[in-house]
Design a binder for this molecule. Structure first.
Ligand code: ZN
Length: 151
């Protein structure tokens, strides 16, 4: 079920990650599970979204995770994530994943490095929309400027 992206598609994704005017890539993460029976991929994606909602609320920041999920049954399940946000995220944002799920490897996102091409060359591409902390009154009134469809 792994979608193989072409070099061209990866270049386009890299461009959209790096050229949003407000939501900027900050960290490159590898999120692991300490459990001996790590969850299925869709559960890992749900874990990522739930954790990101917590991060958005705790730090009052709009985040957009760009995940790539390991799909090989021979490799322990993990998720690579380029984490973008509309303001600076303190490094402690990774603590909650570590506490609940497992190890976190974290690097500063560097456009000159190979994160995008590494991440989606061998991992399943998934799309997650911007996650809003719903703190500003416009956000609470479903007029978040970062969301196209604020349901
Ligand atoms: Zn918002």
């Amino acid at each position: 079920m792994n979608t193989i992206l072409t070099k061209d598609e990866l270049d386009k994704i890299k461009y959209s990650i790096e050229n949003d005017s407000e939501i900027k890539p900050q960290y490159w993460l590898k999120l692991g599970y300490r459990s001996n029976s790590p969850p299925r991929e869709y559960v890992a994606l749900r874990d990522l979204v739930r954790w990101s909602i917590g991060v958005a609320k705790k730090f009052d920041v709009h985040v957009k995770p760009w995940p790539g999920i390991e799909t090989s049954p021979d490799i322990r399940l993990h998720i690579h994530v380029i984490m973008s946000a509309n303001k600076e995220l303190p490094l402690e944002f990774i603590r909650e994943w570590h506490r609940r799920h497992g190890d976190v490897w974290c690097d500063i996102y560097d456009p000159s490095k190979h994160a995008v091409h590494y991440q989606w060359f061998k991992h399943q591409y998934e799309e997650v929309q911007v996650i809003c902390p719903r703190k500003k009154s416009s956000c609470r009134r479903k007029r978040c400027r970062y969301l196209l469809h604020n349901l």
